[in-house]
Design a protein around this ligand. Structure first.
Ligand SMILES: Cc1cc2nc3c(=O)[nH]c(=O)nc-3n(C[C@H](O)[C@H](O)[C@H](O)COP(=O)(O)O)c2cc1C
Length: 346
């Protein structure tokens, strides 16, 4: 158990504007993570080691991208028992993201809607933050998630991804190529057949060059949306295999609103996350698993609110599981609940 129960902090945080609560939490965690006060959020890491994509994960539960976009709090999250932490999405240049308000709670549905739009401090600051983190020395696995600037035309997207890949490569255990945020114009078009083939081929060529330069091959994952039909999923699976990507992160937030349209904030534009995306993500994971075969790793993410949900992601075909929205609603206890539930099912 975390020493300060989340049941006490949550009402205070939920009394604030969602983005203010987020900023306050990250600022606090950044301040305490390298001090003895980290005990207020720390809990033991569930030991359930597994090797995936050539990496030794201490357990199968990870922090999903977007909570720590600038990689400021890697050690703070590491102290909460995550086996792996994915930070970003980082873009080459700093950018402010979309106008506020751009983050909404839908507590009746255990959900969030966000249209942040990759607000981040840019690649240089990101790398400096990542270099300060000690998480990897403590056995944690660090994923670095890369994207493109809003101002970069989608035809030149590869330049942004390659610039980010060059920068993050020596500091990452794995890299995630995010082509599925609904909040950057035309980004999800990169998931379509020809664009995807061109992008992933360019990334793969650079991966080989960087592996030679650094003497170490970093596995690269592709993160996809839940709003894909079966044919699109199969095409993506084939392209991922052909282009030598290590695996897939499934899924990002959804643009669907069926489940929440009657709720306050249910019609806000952006990506919906949390419980309403659980089934849609699982469907993508199942389809992917059958299209990819048993060997290509899948990181399952979307709507995990309990240990049972985490175990269901593994049952659907995921090798690893990430959480974001569940963590906002349940706090650090979800990390150990989920890791224990997965450890217990084998
Ligand atoms: C506020 C917010 C910001 C996010 N930002 C990113 C991001 O920058 N990059 C990314 O790949 N995914 C991002 N995501 C998506 C999450 O990583 C995750 O894929 C999605 O929310 C589904 O998981 P969940 O239901 O556990 O939240 C974001 C999600 C939320 C709620």
């Amino acid at each position: 158990m975390a020493l300060v129960p989340y049941a006490l902090t949550r009402p205070f945080l939920f009394g604030l504007d969602p983005e203010a609560a987020h900023d306050l939490t990250l600022a606090t965690l950044a301040r305490i993570q390298h001090t003895p006060l980290v005990f207020t959020v720390a809990q033991p890491r569930v030991a359930d080691p597994v090797t995936i994509a050539g990496l030794r994960f201490p357990n199968r539960i990870g922090l999903a991208a977007g909570l720590d976009k600038n990689g400021r709090c890697i050690d703070g999250f590491g102290a909460m028992g995550f086996g792996f932490v994915e930070v970003g999405t980082v873009t080459p240049k700093a950018q402010p993201g979309n106008p506020r308000p751009r983050l909404f709670r839908l507590p009746e549905a255990n959900a969030l809607i966000n249209r942040l739009g990759f607000n981040n401090d840019g690649l240089a600051v990101f790398i400096a933050n990542v270099q300060r983190a000690r998480f990897r020395e403590r056995g944690g696995i660090l994923g670095l998630n890369i994207g493109k600037n809003a101002a970069t035309p989608v035809e030149q997207a590869a330049d942004d991804y390659l610039a980010c890949l060059d920068g993050v490569y020596p500091h990452a255990d794995y890299v995630t190529v995010n082509i599925s945020s609904p909040n950057t114009k035309n980004l999800r078009a990169l998931q379509s057949d020809e664009a995807l083939d061109a992008l992933l081929s360019a990334i793969h060529r650079r991966d080989e060059a960087l592996a030679r330069r650094h003497g170490r091959r970093v596995p690269i994952f592709v993160k996809i949306a839940p709003d894909l039909d079966d044919a699109q999923i199969e095409l993506i699976a084939a392209t991922v295999k052909r282009s030598g990507m290590a695996g897939v992160v499934a899924t990002n937030t959804t643009i669907a609103r069926e489940a929440v349209k009657a709720l306050p904030h249910g019609a806000e534009a952006g990506g919906l996350s949390g419980a309403p995306v659980f089934e849609a993500s699982n469907r993508v994971i199942r389809r992917l698993r059958s299209a990819l075969g048993p060997k290509v790793p899948i990181i399952g993410v979307g709507g995990v609110m309990s240990g049972a949900d985490a175990a269901a992601k593994i049952a659907a075909g995921a090798d690893l599981v990430q959480i974001y929205t569940g963590f906002i609603y349940r706090g650090p206890a979800l990390v150990s609940d989920a890791a224990r539930a997965i450890a217990a099912r084998r």
